[in-house]
Design a protein around this ligand. Structure first.
Ligand SMILES: Cc1ncc(COP(=O)(O)O)c(C=O)c1O
Length: 442
């Protein structure tokens, strides 16, 4: 047997975890319950998990609103929201209650049968939108897979155009980690080593109207774009670009699909980011914030396009199951009831202004950009000595100060606070950030 990389045996690790989980919390442990210490969680993670993530050494175990607490009881202000997932903050009572009720009622039901929550969720998402039908899956990548399949099927089954299969996407985009979606993702670093990639994808520089014009042809099934490239560094699509994308697609018979996995559900100050642009895509994809932390993805499409999917053409065992739909319905209803879309716009303006004021004190800040509560701060690469990745160093210093933010590249800090964030939270976050920037950037 291969030796384990560190001290404890697998049997010890398992029983230790089980004991910690099942032990009743002592008074001293309070509301946090019993947890392994962070170091031990890190050790077990190294021993047992595939090495796909560079993880910071904190282990959040409890959350409430904009706050998280780690296994050692340390508090953090969460300005990342599980990468745009926990839009209602952590443990929002509406989501907790909906999930608890559903768990006690029915966790799962096959799509061979009718699912009440799925029908209600589809209605809640579609009413008042340009889309007529929904398909539910479990993640953003799956939603984009479904969109790519729908675009190709629509070209073949509805328009009877056998040669129309190309998917045009933007360089620097991000659409997921399945084989088709890394291929759709216009960044070679996500594709390297996974070849051969599925054929039929073509890339254009983002925000480049002439390039899009040249790329879209009678072979194009769909143009797939993000209104704001999130993983690519918080790059906002120009209004003229998306408007022209709509026109080009109409002229050449291609679908326009927007990947709203990160921008959707109020994040940018509109329910869906395309609403900023005065255009209607033929379909959008959603995930992340949709379930408030319970995995669910969705493809919403216009009726005529959605008609290309018929029984047997696409499916998912878990997609739209009662638990996920109960959570998502609570999220959609709460976003509307609490006016969180408008709030994201308003508080987002306050946050962006605070960041711009901060930027005026640091010449190393090149730009603050974004919409609503999806904001990026671009730092100039450092010359000469020290780290070439100032955003990563600032994010690490923020973590030390109790603020969770993310460096989406070496030079771009990304802020994705919950939509329920208050001005006081923002003031506190900016103060921590300022201290971190002063320490790192000087
Ligand atoms: C725009 C966009 N599309 C797709 C995805 C993939 O989503 P998931 O990780 O749920 O598969 C992401 C994830 O970051 C994303 O930001």
């Amino acid at each position: 047997m291969t030796a384990l990389p560190c001290g404890a045996s697998r049997a010890t690790a398992t029983s230790e975890a089980t004991t910690a989980m099942s032990r009743a919390p002592s008074k001293a442990e309070g509301a946090f319950g019993a947890h392994l210490a962070t170091d031990r969680i890190a050790e077990l993670s190294r021993m047992y998990l595939m090495n796909t993530y560079s993880r910071a050494s904190i282990a959040p175990v409890r959350g409430s609103g904009t706050r998280l607490w780690d296994a050692d009881g340390r508090e953090y202000l969460d300005f990342l929201s599980g990468i745009a997932v926990c839009a209602l903050g952590h443990s929002h009572p509406a989501v907790v209650s909906a999930v608890q009720k559903q768990v006690a009622m029915l966790l799962h039901c096959s799509n061979l049968y009718l699912i009440e929550g799925q029908a209600l969720l589809a209605k809640a998402l579609l009413d008042g939108s340009p889309f007529g039908k929904a398909f539910f899956c479990n993640s953003g990548a799956e939603a984009n897979e479904a969109a790519i399949k729908l675009a190709r099927k629509y070209a073949r089954a509805v328009r009877h155009e056998e040669e129309r299969y190309e998917i045009v996407t933007a360089l620097n985009s991000f659409h997921g980690r399945t084989l088709a979606t890394i291929t759709a993702t216009g960044q070679p670093k996500y594709q390297k080593g996974f070849e051969p990639l599925p054929p039929g994808f073509r890339y254009v520089p983002f925000n480049d109207v002439p390039a899009l014009d040249r790329a879209v042809s009678d072979r194009t099934a769909a143009v797939l774009l993000e209104a704001i490239q999130g993983e690519g560094g918080v790059h906002v699509a120009d209004e003229a670009y998306l408007k022209r994308a709509r026109q080009v697609c109409d002229e050449r018979g291609a679908l326009l699909i927007l990947d709203e996995v990160q921008t959707g559900m109020g994040r940018t100050g509109k329910m869906f980011a395309f609403e900023h642009y005065g255009i209607e895509p033929d379909a959008i994809t959603l995930a992340k914030a949709l379930g408030g932390g319970v995995p669910i993805g969705a493809l919403l499409a216009k009726d005529e396009v959605a008609a290309a999917f018929t029984p047997g053409t696409h499916a998912s065992t878990f997609g739209g199951n009662p638990l996920a739909c109960a959570a998502a319905l609570a999220v959609v209803e709460t976003i509307r009831a609490e006016g969180l879309v408008e709030r994201a716009a308003e508080v987002g303006r306050y946050f962006a202004e605070a960041l711009r004021a901060l930027a005026s004190r640091f010449p190393q800040v090149a730009e603050v950009r974004g919409k609503g509560l999806m904001i990026g701060m671009e730092l100039r690469p450092r010359e000469g000595h020290g780290s070439e990745a100032p955003a990563r160093a600032v994010a690490a210093a923020c973590l030390g100060g109790g603020l969770l933010v993310n460096a989406v590249s070496d030079t771009t800090l990304r802020f994705l606070p919950p939509l329920v964030v208050s001005q006081a939270d923002i003031d506190e976050a900016v103060a921590i950030l300022e201290k971190a920037m002063a320490g790192v950037l000087g």
